[in-house]
Design a protein around this ligand. Structure first.
Ligand SMILES: NC(=O)c1ccc[n+]([C@@H]2O[C@H](COP(=O)([O-])OP(=O)(O)OC[C@H]3O[C@@H](n4cnc5c(N)ncnc54)[C@H](OP(=O)(O)O)[C@@H]3O)[C@@H](O)[C@H]2O)c1
Length: 343
């Protein structure tokens, strides 16, 4: 039975630094009505993604910025309540990629949703974690852009995070030596002892020169693949250690999302030419035609124990804002989800 009112977290102002409670407003509004081609859905799980913070900026890069007063845009696992789209009926489940919001109910264009079905093999919300951007981003970034070959060295930033830990494990499956960069000694220990990384180091408190020395010591033959989630000084240090014909998968720049104003480009850009390196950015959504085959391969690796992943699930709309901050303080312990309702 739907609530009488829709609780919504809207953007109250453009945040400075890590977004906190004063940047948002909690409002209630009547349940929206779907128009032709649209669907009214209940949001069951929200995916808290670092990119949402970049959409809160006035100069957001690849989607229109979230307007002040608008509910915060999000990817969600949803259940259809009412449909005016031929592909959906009440009770169906779907994933709404970057077109739902931090609220109980949304009206969404049916064409923008991906239908998903319950399976005896895994929980439905895996369609929002391992079989969604969390798992498929490292899959396509590492395999399509990284092109890993046995004996090569892969370096991963934000390596203990949801995307990074899988990127490293996939490179390992392909026979690479894998080195991670993370924000605490404990995270580095887990990468090596539990995720099969060959080595890891803590980046905190180190400048570009010190980071570069750490990378050089752990990647003596140079870095063939750099899977970059962070940007900034870590990217600059990685550029100084590229092997010839290195590939850089530009996945994200979480170190920049909370900064305002122009972001400086990499100082060591010239190394891309000197090492004949390739840099490619990517957005996982553009691989959507290949999702079924990728999910099947990921599932095989999960089933045979070659891939490990964790989820960090908080409960209730009121937990969204403190949970979201964890992405930027490094306190999240896996893919961040918020459960609003059961399947
Ligand atoms: N291209 C795509 O299609 C796509 C899709 C999904 C995600 N992404 C990107 O993937 C990256 C990881 O996202 P995720 O959802 O998996 O999050 P996550 O890695 O699970 O969590 C974010 C982690 O980033 C690290 N971090 C935060 N601020 C940092 C800073 N200033 N410098 C260095 N590290 C910092 C923290 O770990 P530490 O403790 O190690 O600092 C934090 O735990 C993000 O850049 C995101 O935008 C890209």
């Amino acid at each position: 039975m739907p609530r009488a009112l829709n609780r919504q977290i809207t953007l109250a102002r453009r945040p400075s630094g890590i977004a906190g409670p004063d940047d948002f407003a909690l409002i209630e509004s009547p349940l929206p009505e779907p128009a032709d081609g649209e669907v009214l859905v209940e949001n069951l799980y929200l995916s808290l993604d670092a990119a949402i913070r970049s959409w809160m900026k006035a100069d957001c890069s690849y989607f229109p910025p979230i307007a002040i007063g608008e509910p915060v845009r999000s990817t969600a696992l949803v259940r259809v309540l009412a449909s005016r789209h031929p592909a959906f009926k009440p009770g169906d489940h779907a994933v709404a990629y970057a077109c739902s919001a931090w609220q109980d109910y949304s009206v969404i264009a049916g064409d923008a949703m991906f239908a998903v079905e319950e399976s005896p093999d895994f929980p439905l919300h895996y369609h929002l974690s391992i079989f969604s951007a969390m798992g498929l981003t490292p899959y396509f970034g590492m395999l399509d852009i990284g092109q890993p070959k046995p004996g090569e060295t892969a370096l991963i930033s934000a390596a203990a995070g949801a995307v990074g830990s899988l990127a490293g494990q996939i490179a390992r499956i392909k026979g690479c030596r894998v080195v991670g960069i993370a924000g605490s000694d404990e995270k580095c220990r887990k990468l090596v002892d539990e995720m099969g990384f060959d080595a890891a180091f803590n980046y905190k408190g180190k400048n570009t020169e010190q980071l570069s020395r750490e990378i050089a010591a752990l990647c003596p033959n140079g870095v063939d693949i750099f899977f970059d989630n962070v940007g900034g000084e870590i990217l600059d240090a990685a550029l100084l250690n590229l092997a010839m014909f290195a590939r850089i998968a530009f996945c994200g720049a979480i170190g920049d999302y909370t900064k305002n104003g122009p972001i400086p480009g990499p100082y060591n850009y010239w190394q891309i030419l000197a090492r004949c390196a390739t840099v490619r950015g990517f957005l996982t959504l553009y691989y959507k035609d290949q999702f079924p085959a990728a999910i099947a391969e990921m599932k095989g690796w999960l089933d045979n124990g070659q891939l490990k992943f964790t989820e960090d699930i908080s409960v209730g709309l009121e937990s969204v804002i403190p949970a979201f901050a964890k992405l930027f303080t490094g306190e999240n312990t896996g893919k961040l989800l918020v459960r609003l309702s059961d399947y």
